[in-house]
Design a protein around this ligand. Sequence first.
Ligand SMILES: [Zn+2]
Length: 361
Amino acid sequence: MILHLTGAVVLRGTDHPEAWVADGRLALAAPAGPADLEMEGVILPGLVDVHCHVGLGERGAVSREEAEAQALADRATGVLLIRDAGVPPDTRWIDARADLPRIVRAGRHIARPRRYLPGFAEELDDVASLPGAMARNARAGDGWVKLVADWIDRSEGADSRVRPLWPADVLADGVAAAHEAGARVTAHAFSHEAIDPLLEAGIDCIEHGTGMDADQIAEAARRGIPVTPTMIQVDNFADFAAAGGRRYPRYAEQMRAMWERRDAQLRAFHEAGVQLLPGSDAGGTIPHGSLPAELARWVAGGIPAADVVALATWRARDFLGAGTLGEGEPADLVVYDNDPRDDITALARPRAVVLRGAVVG
Ligand SMILES: [Zn+2]
């Protein structure tokens, strides 16, 4: 099947007036033979969600049917490439389904007992087993390992707050073990205290990053370490603070402070040159299909829409090492009536979704 695309085909930020899809791949020169289908609009590479737990629900692993429904909900919003950022069940069956988004796995979340959401993580009783667990998850995944770097430590009673899970030396050995096994490492980190040991350990990516100060942001920029700001999730911090407030006043104070400066934090990353990664954090409490809302939230927080579109498409794809809809690359693309670079809410209304060259939505 030959698909002829006209309008604005946006390739690495440059508009092309037309392109074709033939044999599942993009072509900038007309292939032999007539087009079977014409599509006109603003055409972007498929969106990326780098923090999207396909296979997880509020209480942990879900059935295959539910995981499929989650992946289809993401696909309907133009998300065609997912880094799962931690998922317990085996979702390898998705790889055999040409109609479902491509998934880059990070293995299971790695945490300590009672230091993450119950039922989600591989929980290590002995912190010294971290390097072994990271190497094992590196081999089980697709080039990523997901670490839980901090969580509330309720053993401290009224003094409880979000604290790092791992001693700095063990963390450094763990990241080295994952790198040795050929994987990059990303980490859940809310608190300020978790960040320096992650940077020193050679972390590759940071999830949330709400506690990073100006020095840590500058250091992340200097090292080319991106941050996934998960603004929909961070908008919930005031509710987390209220829920924990009576028993854990210090935790509540910590979460509330991060909530209050969340928009300034988002802008600080962008202005310092930290690459923002698109991540909905769907699959715990946040529904799948939330990426357009997350990206609209970035624009509401002060990031220009054209920058958001680049970050959510080819720039995130470059970071993951995936195709960016270049000549001869897989035709994973989305067609819009209106330009999301002018109005970010257009992302919520794709006219057509093309995955591996086939129109799937
Ligand atoms: Zn998450």
